[in-house]
Write a protein that binds this ligand. Structure first.
Ligand code: NAD
Length: 503
């Protein structure tokens, strides 16, 4: 990882190219302007400077992209798994070769600190490698013999799919959704988030340079209500993999209903980290801080509610205050920076609105609680204390570097607070009592839990949420369950009796 000046120097030619070409749609292997000729403009969260003019796709562009994905589908479906494996590994190699470019572009586009984005590019490559290795076995099935039949199952890719992604870590999330779709044999139309469209296009160019056939993967940029909606409504698109807000998930489910879309939703979270008195408190403190203040708190799995046991709360919260006050806020391309600017002015206003809401509801702002001087959409890392779980700061996803601390006395109370929320994505439990860890994880309403650990993603494990946090799972074979159809074939093994009607 280079220093700030080195990273700015690496960014300069990328920006020059973006200013010249803008971010176009990419359909059937070609960069294309929106058919309406319309564009929108994006600006860097760091200083508000223009980044790119972006094609504003709509129903006509989505139609072209969906038809391109439909035309490319039979060829891609029928490539044998081993060839697909090799090609996806070539894409991973090419991502690694461009990792530094991807990292600086992503930081500039999103405001995410380079210290995390450098790893995000490499994790994107790992997503491709993981699913590449599973491609040869994607069609595997079972043999389930019965007395009269040899029953076999096999899987086939569902067809062209739509992938809709959010702005927070766009590169990593795009690879996470698109790599398994390609490994399964599906073709893709991707609608990136309008706030941060840069690296999605870079990723597709890398993939096609590595040999991905035209039309297998297409991008239509645009607004959610235009391009996003058209994708969810298109008859040729068989399934929608969506990552974003819970209310957008509801809208997509309704939009996809007339064409009976299969949907996979990774939605919002308001995740508890529960610290019991017997925990390793040093490690619990490090993990609690990391899981809310890394990635600017713009992270679905962030531990945004700290539930801390009364008996240790005074000491734990005093150490927490100290650390939060010392978090380094700065230029995202500076490797020393721990928290960068928020994605957009509207998001800054949303996050900052909770400072007033917290006070009005009776909580205390013990650290931060202010917007920092510009340019750039910076807020101070913030800690709310004396909160109760019914307050808006405990119930709503703020999606910024903002932590709400709530005290509890008993295990039952901790569980009640943890589960008293519409969301259920992740939970983090800190205790050295094994039986308590088993009891608590059994009763927590969350799709993913870590005991004595921050979130450490292991690709074979299922990723996803319960309640308003999502439908379906990614990772391992679960991704193929979504992107593929199961087929059953029964072969008669003899001449069993067939009922004779009308005989
Ligand atoms: P968002 O829901 O506003 O937008 C996400 C995407 O959906 C964008 O590309 C947007 O253009 C598109 N969209 C909006 N309206 C649409 C519509 N009617 N039809 C089709 N597409 C539409 O979310 P965001 O603000 O970009 O991202 C932040 C949210 O994403 C947070 O809630 C966060 O928790 C969630 N998220 C979840 C996960 C997870 O794995 N669970 C991961 C990252 C982010």
């Amino acid at each position: 990882m280079s220093d700030l000046n080195g990273n700015l120097a690496r960014l300069a030619p990328i920006l020059t190219r973006l200013h010249e070409t803008g971010v176009m749609n990419h359909i059937a292997g070609q960069s294309r302007a929106a058919s309406s000729g319309r564009v929108f403009h994006t600006h860097s969260p760091v200083d508000g400077s223009p980044i790119a003019q972006v094609a504003r796709g709509d129903v006509a562009d989505v139609d072209q992209a969906a038809l391109a994905a439909q035309a490319a589908f039979p060829g891609w479906r029928d490539i044998d798994g081993e060839a697909r494996r090799k090609l996806l590994h070539r894409i991973a190699d090419a991502i690694v070769a461009r990792a530094d470019d991807i990292a600086v572009a992503e930081s500039w586009d999103t405001g995410q600190p380079i210290r995390f984005m450098a790893k995000a590019a490499l994790r994107g490559a790992e997503n491709f490698r993981f699913f590449a290795d599973r491609a040869p076995g994607a069609r595997d099935g079972q043999m389930l013999p019965s007395p009269t039949l040899m029953n076999v199952t096999t899987r086939v890719p569902i067809g062209p799919v739509g992938v809709i992604t959010p702005w927070n870590t766009p590169f990593m999330l795009s690879t996470w959704k698109i790599a398994p779709a390609l490994a399964a044999g599906c073709t893709v139309v991707h609608k990136p988030a309008e706030f941060s469209p840069v690296t999605a296009k870079l990723l597709l160019e890398i993939a096609e340079e590595a040999g991905l056939p035209p039309g297998v993967w297409n991008i239509v940029n645009g607004l959610g209500e235009e391009a996003g909606r058209a994708l969810t409504e298109h008859a040729a698109i068989r399934a929608i993999a969506f990552v974003g807000e819970s209310r957008t998930g509801s809208a997509i489910m309704a939009q996809g209903a007339p064409t009976l879309k299969r949907v996979h939703f990774e939605l919002g979270g308001k995740n508890p980290v529960i610290v019991f008195e017997d925990a390793d408190l040093d490690r619990a403190l490090d993990a609690a801080i990391f899981m809310i203040y890394s990635l600017n708190g713009e992270r679905c799995t962030s531990s945004s509610r700290l539930l801390v046991q009364d008996s240790i709360a005074d000491d734990f919260l005093s150490r927490l205050r100290d650390r939060v006050a010392r978090i380094r806020v700065g230029h995202p391309l500076d490797p020393a920076t721990e928290v960068g600017p928020l994605i957009h002015e509207t998001h800054l206003r949303k996050v900052a609105s909770y400072f007033e809401i917290a006070k009005a509801d009776g909580a205390t702002i013990s650290v931060g609680g202010k917007v920092l001087d510009g340019p750039g959409h910076y807020v101070a890392p913030t800690l709310f204390e004396n909160a109760t779980n019914d307050m808006a700061i405990a119930q709503e996803e703020i999606f910024g570097p903002v932590l709400t601390a709530i005290r509890f006395t008993t295990e039952d109370e901790a569980l009640r607070i943890a589960n008293d929320i519409p969301y259920g994505l992740t939970a983090y439990v800190w205790t050295n009592d094994l039986t308590r860890a088993l009891r608590v994880t059994d009763r927590l309403e969350a799709g993913m839990m870590w005991v004595n650990s921050e979130n450490v993603r292991h690709l074979p494990t299922p990723f996803g949420g319960v309640k308003a946090s999502g439908i379906g799972r990614d990772g391992g074979d679960w991704s193929f369950d979504f992107y593929m159809e199961q087929k059953h074939i029964g072969f008669a093994t003899g001449r069993h009796t067939i009922p004779k009607l009308g005989a």
